[in-house]
Design a protein around this ligand. Structure first.
Ligand SMILES: Cc1cc2nc3c(=O)[nH]c(=O)nc-3n(C[C@H](O)[C@H](O)[C@H](O)COP(=O)(O)OP(=O)(O)OC[C@H]3O[C@@H](n4cnc5c(N)ncnc54)[C@H](O)[C@@H]3O)c2cc1C
Length: 182
């Protein structure tokens, strides 16, 4: 038996917090990849005698990808920081997973549009980003479930209770070695 009797649901939820963290990371990477591919293509492709990077609505898509990437990266770093401190982080990890996945879907879709018809073909990687991002919106809690959880936390209808045992704060390898040597 893992833990004590009656604790199974709590342990399963704790495991989800770690899975959601990795999903947030992957989805943040999809936003970055969508931005990078779009920037490269916008600086290369020309229409009406100018690079498409000079068209304002192309710029808008790239600006949204950039801001979504920066925001999701920070949300993910905050969740990781709390984990390293051994602090409660279900709310922060849920927010990072939810926002990174829904924004990765938006970024991948915009990246296809920046590439025009080329984005729809598999000559460029962006169509794969859209296929890859979709599952992550569904697993580890769908967007709907995270939306409801975040609302309940904000409304005070849901409280994060400490587990019977929590993981100790993370220590760098050198300090672990120093403790072991004591
Ligand atoms: C590619 C992929 C890989 C997966 N890998 C794993 C895995 O490794 N391990 C694993 O255990 N599972 C895995 N899953 C399953 C995944 O966790 C579930 O598909 C997900 O939790 C949704 O459950 P469901 O498919 O039964 O949809 P349902 O629960 O039937 O949901 C259908 C729709 O109703 C909405 N909904 C359901 N309940 C509520 C509610 N209470 N309030 C509001 N809206 C609600 C949902 O948001 C969704 O839009 C994977 C799924 C995919 C797509």
């Amino acid at each position: 038996m893992v833990g004590v009797e009656g604790e199974g649901f709590k342990i399963a939820m704790f495991a989800l917090e770690q899975g959601r963290y990795t999903v947030a990371s992957g989805a943040t990477g999809v936003i970055r990849a969508s931005r990078d591919a779009s920037v490269a293509y916008a600086l290369e492709r020309e229409t009406f005698g100018t690079k498409i990077a000079n068209h304002q609505l192309v710029k808008q898509k790239i600006a949204l990808m950039e801001s979504d990437y920066q925001m999701c990266h920070l949300l993910w770093l905050r969740a990781g920081y709390l984990k390293n401190q051994g602090k409660l982080n279900a709310k922060e990890t849920s927010l990072a997973k939810w926002q990174a996945t829904v924004r990765s879907e938006k970024a991948a879709s915009m990246a296809i549009e920046v590439h025009g018809a080329n984005g729809y073909s598999n000559d460029y990687p962006v169509e794969r980003y859209l296929r890859n991002c979709k599952a992550a919106v569904i697993y580890e809690g769908t967007r709907d479930i995270h939306t409801l959880m975040q609302a309940d936390w904000a409304l005070g209808l849901k409280k994060e209770k400490p587990a019977r045992k929590t993981l100790p704060p993370w220590r760098p390898a050198e300090s672990r070695e120093a403790v072991a040597a004591d």
